[in-house]
Design a protein around this ligand. Structure first.
Ligand code: DAS
Length: 347
């Protein structure tokens, strides 16, 4: 009989209405009973455990690293692990866990948009689908995935894309990679699992901040970040990876001082690339890492995990390790001998 572990961490899936607003009140065993009422699971034994009982907007990286430790213990004894999680930071927690996960045993994150006591809750069906995917042979070797609204999404590139709708997550340009519904469990694409980056036992992450771009953004946010002792900065840039002239100069100063800069986009879909003089082309020429279509939030965790294993100030090592990971996951392409050479704007 297949053996799965279910880890409850809180989130809307486990909330009921109270006078103060929604509050986590439902444990993993009760979640499991509700999921079983949607789809019974003959031949699968599920062991429920409560790991935490909070909304995910209150979770810290240390909490997620603790969760990663619980998952590592569970994969040693189970054929699959399912995590019931709040949706607000689900894409970050699942991504950080994926950077610690090296087993073929699948780890599936799920949650809900509606509370447990809603007259038409989505949590039981999402959890039932996550359990079916985790128990299926198709999920073996897929690393960490998300199960939401009948879809299975890859963790790399996953984003919360709707505040309230039941289909709350997408992996634009990448997913879904599977489907679970009345017609069964189907793998739709091969998942390339994220290679692990973080050594076991790391208890916290170095400080990395995200600086957003907006009309007329100046250098103040970069200066403030420096004054807080950041080890790295992720820019949520305009469009395909551009920054205001002041922000571009601030990034160049950071890089020349040995502080890594990772470029992402505030757009929500599509890769970044250094195309424009005075913007992205200058950042690329100065050695900023362009993180493909990774969200600013996932790029922040990638950079923090790389920094956790690198000597402070070794900018080349940070850049190389980020790029290796981005290439291995197909997030950025490997150097392409057929693409036209780009002019070096420093010459
Ligand atoms: N947005 C809520 C949820 O969907 C709160 C949280 O993230 O815990 O679970």
């Amino acid at each position: 009989m297949a053996h799965l572990v279910l880890l409850g961490t809180g989130g809307t899936i486990a909330t009921r209405a109270t006078g103060e607003g929604r509050a986590v009140q439902v444990g993993a065993a009760e979640l499991l009973r509700a999921a079983d009422a949607v789809w019974p699971r003959p031949g699968v034994r599920v062991e429920p455990h409560d790991v935490a009982g909070r909304a995910s907007f209150a979770a810290r990286p240390t909490d997620v690293l603790d969760l990663a430790g619980r998952i590592a213990s569970a994969v040693a004894v189970a054929e699959g692990v399912v995590v019931a999680h709040g949706t607000d930071t689900l894409e970050e927690s699942a991504f950080l866990v994926s950077l610690t996960h090296s087993s073929p045993v699948p780890v599936v994150f799920t949650g809900a948009q509606r509370p447990f006591d809603d007259p038409a809750p989505d949590g039981p069906r999402n959890l039932a689908a996550a359990l079916r995917w985790a128990a299926s042979p198709q999920s073996r070797g897929t690393g960490v995935t998300l199960a939401f609204a009948d879809q299975i999404l890859p963790v790399v590139g996953a984003r919360k894309t709707h505040t309230l709708a039941l289909r709350a997550f997408a992996a634009p340009g990448r997913g879904p990679v599977g489907q679970v519904d009345e017609a069964g469990v189907r793998a739709l694409a091969t998942v390339r699992p994220a290679p692990p980056l973080l050594a076991p036992g790391v208890r916290d992450l170095p400080r990395v901040e995200i600086v957003g771009q907006y009309l007329g953004a100046d250098a103040a946010a970069f200066t403030d970040a420096r004054s807080r002792g950041v080890r790295g900065v992720v820019v949520a840039a305009f469009g395909s990876g551009n920054t205001t002239p002041e922000a571009t100069r601030a990034c160049l100063r950071l890089l020349s001082d040995g502080v890594p800069v990772v470029v992402t986009s505030r757009v929500g879909e599509g890769p970044v690339v250094g195309l424009y003089a005075g913007g992205g082309a200058d950042l690329a020429a100065a050695g900023a890492v362009f993180a493909g279509d990774l969200s600013p939030w996932q790029a922040r965790l990638l950079l923090a995990c790389v920094l956790a294993g690198t000597t402070p100030g070794d900018l080349d090592a940070v850049r190389d390790r980020c790029l290796d990971w981005l290439r291995e996951t197909g997030t950025v392409s490997s150097p392409d001998p057929t693409s036209p050479p780009r002019k070096d704007p420093t010459r």
